[in-house]
Design a protein around this ligand. Structure first.
Ligand SMILES: C[S@@+](CC[C@H](N)C(=O)[O-])C[C@H]1O[C@@H](n2cnc3c(N)ncnc32)[C@H](O)[C@@H]1O
Length: 191
């Protein structure tokens, strides 16, 4: 018998296809991100694990030429179905394994990763790939739940990253800014 890792595309595909949805992006969280961004000016942005595309669409509205990628075909279809005119480019890709040359740009001024880092098996290898995609002076924005913010009895406790995972995330950047939003922590990381 095989067990399916949450990192597997099939795992996410089943959840999206079954109608599972995730924490909505609200104005407070968007403002935190915008506080760390310069105007887009048509520079490239990349949202990793874009889900239904809400964050990628927001980056596009901020003037970035945005690509959203997700390993679930249903998520990508859902994102694309909300396009009304020119908007982000959507790609079905696994950020941990697929060829990065398949992306529309070689380097990105902004890379975002919302509610995804927790589910990556080899986080150090993932971060190496992100660094390869960041343009000089670029920013990597991660929004993730952190452990210890929920009551012991809360069944969603496992959604938080551990202190060890946070250490892997923040190691090796020249600038690390963090800001907390209830159970979430947002990281603005610069090479
Ligand atoms: C909890 S959902 C969050 C979705 C979206 N970022 C949001 O904030 O609503 C995690 C998303 O990451 C995607 N994902 C997980 N691992 C991935 C990988 N290795 N490559 C691309 N997408 C991945 C899943 O398909 C899913 O859409």
């Amino acid at each position: 018998m095989t067990t399916e890792s949450p990192a597997a595309a099939a795992y996410w595909e089943r959840l999206w296809a079954d109608g599972r949805r995730y924490r909505q992006l609200d104005d407070t969280e968007i403002r935190l991100l915008e506080d760390h961004l310069r105007p887009g000016r048509a520079r490239p942005a990349l949202d990793l694990g874009c889900g239904d595309g809400a964050l990628a669409r927001r980056l596009e509205q901020l003037g970035y030429r945005t690509t959203g990628i997700d390993c679930s075909p249903s998520a990508v279809a859902l994102a694309a179905a909300q396009d009304s005119g020119p908007g982000p480019v959507w790609r079905c890709m696994d950020i941990t394994t697929d060829d990065l040359n398949a992306l529309p740009d070689r380097a990105y001024a902004v890379i975002t990763c919302r509610l995804v880092y927790r589910w990556i098996d080899d986080q150090a290898a993932f971060l190496d790939r992100v660094r390869r995609l960041l343009a000089p002076g670029g920013i990597f924005w991660v929004a993730t739940e952190i452990s210890g913010r929920r009551a012991d009895t809360d069944p969603r406790q496992h959604l938080g990253i551990t202190p060890a995972e946070a250490e892997i995330l923040t190691a090796g950047w020249s600038v690390v800014h963090t800001v907390d939003l209830d159970v979430l922590r947002c990281y603005a990381l610069r090479p």
